[in-house]
Design a binder for this molecule. Sequence first.
Ligand SMILES: Cc1cc2nc3c(=O)[nH]c(=O)nc-3n(C[C@H](O)[C@H](O)[C@H](O)COP(=O)(O)O)c2cc1C
Length: 167
Amino acid sequence: MSEQALTEAPLQLPCSVVIISSKYDNSQGAMTATAMYVSQTPPLLVVSISKTSATHQLIEKTKEFAVNVLADTQLELSKRFGSVHGYEVDKFQEFGISTESASKIEAPLILGCFSNLECQVKNSLWEGEGNYAIYVAEVLAFKLNEELKPLVWLNNQYFKVGARCRI
Ligand SMILES: Cc1cc2nc3c(=O)[nH]c(=O)nc-3n(C[C@H](O)[C@H](O)[C@H](O)COP(=O)(O)O)c2cc1C
């Protein structure tokens, strides 16, 4: 199999679609990303953040961020927060996004999401090398809207969650 073909391999993993928000002093930012479960005890997740992103700079300063898990009604937010860099623009203002304060961290929580997870970085990988920083983070608090369904990202396309399997 060619190296080119192998670049398609990670795209075959179904992923969550989240907006990672962070805030340092008066500067707030957010970007579309995916997040993955690590463990329940302690409650850990992992995210991979491009070092070219404005959000990376905020996380490096604060070592905390919110994971806003998008509902399948929020596809437009995923596209918007993933299409521009927040160096010169406040995406929350630009896109008219409603937020509320988190209970344990400074990062704003986006309203209308499937869930909002308040996270503190516990460990990071590749801080000095590579294009991405990998953050393992502990969830300090979370909110869930059980009436909504999460959006899924697979092979560069968006999907809705289907019916629950009988086990
Ligand atoms: C569905 C989707 C998933 C994405 N996942 C990631 C990701 O996991 N990590 C990442 O660094 N960028 C990811 N991106 C790209 C960033 O959202 C994009 O570069 C964004 O403009 C960065 O914004 P910022 O510079 O304001 O932080 C994703 C984009 C989309 C649309």
